[in-house]
Design a protein around this ligand. Structure first.
Ligand SMILES: Cc1cc2nc3c(=O)[nH]c(=O)nc-3n(C[C@H](O)[C@H](O)[C@H](O)COP(=O)(O)O)c2cc1C
Length: 410
């Protein structure tokens, strides 16, 4: 299996500070081509022919989102490129932004033309100083070459809150209020930033748009799997030999990714599990390695593709130690807006800390299980609703790890 590089096609080949090198590599031709297309037809191409689905985690059809904003007759519409990338173990958007910022800018400008947006934002997490510098340079260069026309792109630095990667929380943050989620509906495409139609798409989603226009939506739609075509960036971390980010067609298997590109488990150890998709997702076991990395195949085995994070866990680990770290993260990142998440993440972190120290009890497990049920049903946003997904998955797959952490007399 070889990489198929669409979002990463220029990474390592051009100077990310140079618009001329991007243009020499064929850059901004797609924008010119798109602007000659009828806007409805352009969206239809993305929606029906390319069948592109968002790469930020939820895999929502990109063309469908664009279509509802396009059809809205509001005079003001916005585009937001989600570059918050707060998911632990995820660094794919940084690889794109630092290697080829112009593909992101070009994708955004095509989207802006398609839906009729004049103001666009790239919301980048504050820790990504280099990405911010490169994107600002790229926007300035595109403006100087007259490529932006009357469309303005602003690069905004976030403060590093995990919840600010969620579409409605980004919009709050951009409005200058607390980075907390908003109630949906209405969807962002109906009433987002300043209550105007707003498209929120991930960096990777925007990054493939120029190539879809240049090479044709049919070409893209024929790559990878039928229902989730194209490529996906997967980033490996944890107990893997090569901690790398790769772009593979969506019919590649987890084995291709972890054993092929990742070089397998580090130090000759055996694979215990993979936490796939990020901290809010469950675990995949070695017998599931032949599953293709398309959204639906992964869902069919009860897991999630999420952001494309591949956290490899070797046989020597006790999963409870990992769960305790995840719980700490959620306690820190809960925004506090709703009490089930604010209190639930706090209590779960306390209990798991105790468990990891070998002081757990069966009653603790039952307590977390029942709290998980409440949190899934009553938390305001997916942050709290999925804060215990990893715990529930681990309890099913690795009950012996919990037993090993029980207090001796418990
Ligand atoms: C807690 C939380 C954090 C999220 N963080 C990100 C993020 O860092 N980047 C991202 O693109 N999407 C993130 N999302 C998903 C976004 O809400 C949204 O679905 C996505 O940006 C849409 O873009 P796409 O359709 O191109 O995938 C997050 C969602 C939640 C609930």
């Amino acid at each position: 299996m070889n990489e198929v590089r669409i979002a990463l096609r220029n990474v390592g080949h051009i100077d990310p500070m140079s618009i001329d090198e991007y243009i020499q590599a064929g850059g901004y031709e797609a924008l010119k081509k798109a602007r000659k297309m009828d806007r409805g037809g352009l969206i239809e191409t993305i929606e029906e022919t390319s069948r592109l689905r968002g790469r930020g985690g939820a895999a929502f059809p990109t063309g469908k989102k664009w279509s509802s904003a396009y059809k809205n007759d509001s005079e003001v519409k916005y585009i937001v490129c989600n570059a918050d990338e707060g998911e632990p173990g995820t660094y794919k958007d940084r690889v794109i932004m630092e290697g080829d910022p112009h593909t992101v800018i070009e994708g955004i400008l095509i989207g802006a033309y398609a839906v009729g947006a004049k103001e666009c934002f790239i919301y980048v997490r504050g820790e990504y100083e280099n990405s911010i510098k490169l994107l600002r340079n790229a926007v300035k260069q595109a403006e100087e070459k007259g490529l932006c026309g009357d469309t303005v792109i602003k690069v905004v630095s976030g403060a590093g809150a995990y919840v600010c990667g969620e579409g409605t929380a980004i919009v709050n943050s951009l409005e200058g209020v607390r980075g907390e989620p908003r109630l949906k509906p209405p969807s962002m495409a109906v009433a987002g930033l300043h209550k105007k139609p707003t498209i929120v798409n991930n960096v990777e989603t925007f990054a493939v748009i120029p190539e879809i226009i240049t090479k044709g939506a049919d070409w893209f739609g024929a790559i990878g799997s039928e229902k989730y075509p194209g490529t996906k960036l997967m980033c490996m971390s944890g107990d893997v030999e090569n901690k790398v980010c790769v772009e593979v067609p969506t019919n590649a298997t987890l084995r291709d990714v972890v054993e092929g590109f990742g070089g397998g488990v580090a130090n000759g150890k055996k694979l215990k599990a993979i936490q796939l998709g990020g901290s809010s997702c469950g675990f995949v076991t070695p017998d599931q390695l032949d599953t293709p990395i398309d959204f639906d195949s992964i869902r069919a085995i009860g897991a999630s593709l999420g952001s494309g994070a591949v956290y490899v866990i070797d046989e020597s680990r006790n999963i409870v130690d990992i769960l305790a770290e995840i719980a700490k993260f959620y306690r820190h990142e809960s925004c506090g807006k709703c009490s089930p998440c604010r209190e639930g993440t706090m209590r779960i972190a306390e209990i798991l800390e105790k468990f990891a120290a070998g002081e757990g009890s069966k009653a603790d497990i039952e307590l977390i299980e029942s709290m998980s049920g409440y949190m899934q049903k009553s938390c305001f946003c997916p942050l709290g609703q999925s804060a215990t997904t990893a715990f529930i998955s681990a309890l099913k797959l690795f009950p012996e790890d919990f037993d090993a952490k029980l207090r001796k007399e418990a």
